[in-house]
Design a protein around this ligand. Sequence first.
Ligand SMILES: NC(=O)c1ccc[n+]([C@@H]2O[C@H](COP(=O)([O-])OP(=O)(O)OC[C@H]3O[C@@H](n4cnc5c(N)ncnc54)[C@H](OP(=O)(O)O)[C@@H]3O)[C@@H](O)[C@H]2O)c1
Length: 214
Amino acid sequence: MKIGIIGSGDVGRTLASGFIKYGHEVMLGSRDITQEKVQQWLSGGGKNASLGNFTDAAVFGEVVILATPWSGTKNAVDLAGASNFMGKTVIDVTNPLDFSGGVPPKLAVGMTDSAGEMVQNWLPGANVVKAFNIVGSSHMINPQFPEGKPDMFICGNDQKSKETVKSFLDDFGWQTIDLGNIEMSRLLEPLALVWIVYGFKTNTWAHAFKLLRK
Ligand SMILES: NC(=O)c1ccc[n+]([C@@H]2O[C@H](COP(=O)([O-])OP(=O)(O)OC[C@H]3O[C@@H](n4cnc5c(N)ncnc54)[C@H](OP(=O)(O)O)[C@@H]3O)[C@@H](O)[C@H]2O)c1
């Protein structure tokens, strides 16, 4: 598939390389494609890798990934142009983190609303799926844990889009647990904070979630 990625941070570049690895065509979207990290990604990306601005990436993608800091996400959506997401699966990786009080961060929104729902409201014609937000970027592709495959919780309103995301997660080495509609982002974003707070408390960053079942 054609994957457009909005944001060239650790998450954007990691997912970009992961999608290339599994045979997809990726356009990494950046406000400044001359950045060294962006150019480096392009030079290692092969024939299926390309660069563009946020609008180019949103237009290019059959699936579009939002990988921007929460504080810049509305701006990123505006720069990309909401109409360019129409009818597409949009994977929302964002966490609404507030670092104003230092680390660990707090949630900027929660309980009665979530970043996932806000993104869905900004992009009413798109099918937003919250995914990849509950683990650090270095474990997003081919996570390796002694206890086996970790679980990726996802949510979103459109079943077909969630199945598309599940198929990516299958390739990347995750078990997928679908929690329901996009409102379940109210659970997944605090769950990311569990991951983050545990990381700061122990200064270890090699953990992921697994739901134990009988
Ligand atoms: N880092 C992780 O391990 C991790 C794990 C799970 C979820 N998340 C969430 O995923 C998102 C991306 O994480 P990240 O660590 O990759 O973020 P990041 O490095 O802080 O930012 C990602 C990219 O967003 C773009 N950006 C920054 N400020 C912007 C603004 N004001 N307006 C528009 N675009 C802006 C920049 O891309 P350009 O300079 O190319 O325009 C930047 O490289 C965040 O919401 C984060 O909470 C992160």
